[in-house]
Ligand binder design. Structure first.
Ligand SMILES: [Fe+2]
Length: 357
């Protein structure tokens, strides 16, 4: 055994105080337990309250760019990515006063020495134990799993983008409309303080909110001039048709429902269900405002664009009546106070992590 085993507790696991714990593990005996730790494929380490490794089992060999023997005595700052080290240390410090408490988390390894890995860990507070005086940390390399999930997310996002492109090919007058609505809706959702996952879900739903127009004859969509009553009813079907297309896609957030509800209005005057107030998903209420502002401001085959001031004026008139008041306020603040450009293709202010999980 090398240096890595030198600080393995030599005394009783309770620090030599009182009766030993009557556990199945304890009855295995110290040598058997030591062997389990030494032969574990998982990384097992003891880290003191200053974040310095006091013991590392042989599974650490090659990890973090060090041999297992030379890893003992190194601090978390040398092993963990600089942006993750404070988070890990803070977690330890918050747990110091809770004997036997186990905390869990994840971090990336330092990119300084070899390929960066993503690790999940569970750390049990044994700081008060006189033989251990630190945290017992079990770590596992989950890089392959994280990368597989990211590849799936990329695939899903590319599929969604392809969906959006299909409808825009058939309806060139609204080409770019969904993309601009998505950008504005995500910015509003961020402004309202929604979780990054919710912001992502709303952005995805907004980016394909008119996918149901694929079921509407192209000559109706592209024809300049007002619609007949029958044509208008046909166009209105796009919300339900869009939801029907998307409900078979296994998205973790209610994207299909948001698409179904993006023409619902707070006072029940919308379609297809005539839903009222909070019965409409917040995401759909956000998309409704972004959709209205973008559509009014931009050029349409049957009328020129009315401009952003007119668009904001119209949603302000409907604030609390047809449109959610908080959503309208957030939208107006973003555009008037922060200068968000809805017509521009520049990156929007929503920069949440691109995640579905
Ligand atoms: Fe629509």
């Amino acid at each position: 055994m090398g240096k890595s085993t030198q600080v393995l507790p030599a005394g009783m696991p309770n620090g030599g105080k009182g009766e030993p714990p009557d556990t199945a593990a304890w009855h295995l005996g110290l040598h058997a337990l030591a062997s389990l730790v030494e032969n574990s494929p998982e990384l097992v380490a003891v880290v003191d309250v200053d974040g310095v490794l006091r013991y590392a089992n042989p599974a650490h060999e090659g990890f973090y760019g060090y041999e297992a023997d030379s890893i003992v005595g190194r601090g978390i700052a040398e092993l963990v990515a600089p942006e993750d080290a404070p988070k890990v240390l803070a977690l330890f410090h918050r747990t110091v006063g809770r004997p036997d408490a186990t905390v869990r988390g994840s971090f990336r390894t330092s990119p300084q020495r070899g390929p960066q890995r993503v690790m999940e860990f569970a750390a049990t507070n044994k700081v008060q134990d006189t033989t251990i005086r630190g945290f017992i940390v079990h770590s596992k390399d989950v890089t392959d799993r994280v990368e597989a999930v990211e590849r799936l997310e990329d695939l899903l996002r590319e599929t969604i983008t392809a969906f959006a492109t299909i409808v825009e090919f058939r309806d060139p007058y609204t080409a770019g409309h969904q993309r601009r609505v998505a950008r504005l809706a995500a910015a509003i959702a961020n402004r309202l303080g929604l979780h990054a996952d919710e912001v992502d879900g709303i952005e995805v739903a907004a980016s394909i909110h008119d996918i149901g127009k694929i079921a509407i004859p192209a000559e109706i969509l592209a024809r300049p001039g007002p619609l007949t009553e029958a044509e208008r009813r046909l166009v209105e079907c796009h919300a339900e048709r869009g939801a029907a297309i998307l409900e078979r896609v296994p998205l973790p957030l209610p994207v299909a429902e948001m698409v179904a509800q993006h023409h619902e209005r707070l006072d029940g005057s919308g379609y297809p269900e005539g839903l009222v107030g909070d019965d409409i998903l917040l995401g759909a209420r956000i998309i409704a405002v972004a959709d209205a502002v973008e559509a009014i401001a931009s050029h349409r085959p049957y009328r020129p664009g009315k401009g952003i001031d007119k668009a904001l004026g119209i949603v302000l008139e409907g604030r609390g009546i047809t449109y959610d008041a908080d959503v309208v306020n957030a939208c107006v603040e973003l555009i008037r106070d922060e200068g968000l450009q809805i017509e521009s293709d520049a990156p929007h202010v929503a920069s949440s992590a691109r995640r579905f999980a």
